[in-house]
Design a protein around this ligand. Sequence first.
Ligand code: SF4
Length: 305
Amino acid sequence: MTAEPMIDSHGDQTAAPAPVTVRASLSPSRAADFKTCPLLYRFRSIDRLPERPTVEQARGTLVHAVLERLFDLPAAARTPESAGDLVAPQWDRLVTEEPELATLFADGDPVGPQEFLRSATALLDGYFAVEDPRRLEPAEREALISAVVDDELLIRGYLDRLDVAPDGALRVVDYKTGGAPREAFEARALFQLKFYALVLWRTRGVVPRVLRLLYLKDAEVCDYAPDADELVRFERTVVALWRAIEQATARQDFRPRPSRLCDWCNHQALCPSYGGTPPPFPVAVAVPDPLVDARSRPVAPGADE
Ligand code: SF4
């Protein structure tokens, strides 16, 4: 693996980076899984149990895809109508890439898919209620960003959108499309955004001015302004989290932590908190693929992370 450009604690580029040996990688989704419930982390990252996509997750993926493509159009053409025109072709593309998505709807049921596309368009209306994309030129969309922290831990993830102001100020934007109660997921969403803020600070030497959550269903904006001290503390949290994951892996000890988020968990049948028994711990624990691991969608809990 290659070392990232080194940024010192004041955000200055240093001339000669020391060699970095990356020992592990962590994405915001997987880190948030462990924080939410260590057993959920195990099921997803160690057992790698399959999770059937839900309609809500598929809708989130579709809306993200449309919003990404919308910015391919000339600024003046980024209208609600143009976005609506992208819905069906983007859905066809997603189904071609992931045929399992087609199984979300009963065979021959025209109402299901039609209602699904209509509901995706309604979420886009929520987007246009809070932003005018004709006035924006994002610097990045669906961009993989990464940084090395603590000299050996690669943290990486895909951010939905990054805006850069003429004065260099950064704004990280995350689209939320789920219908789940916001209070149950807001801490998790903010954790993800701080993760991106930390990567950007470590790689660009700039603390993002704004971390923005766009709740499309409710047409609401939630802005958060991080500062450097907070990101230093957050970095310590991420490293401590990784150490806890390593310890739990060595001990093969991932405990369930029941919460409201269990309602969105795919693995209740295997969870001791619900009378289930986890499968035997894998003999050889696969090293997570950082690229796959960094993808934050589709995944539950949090239908649209
Ligand atoms: S059901 Fe709840 S406690 Fe059990 S693994 Fe899932 S999130 Fe964890």
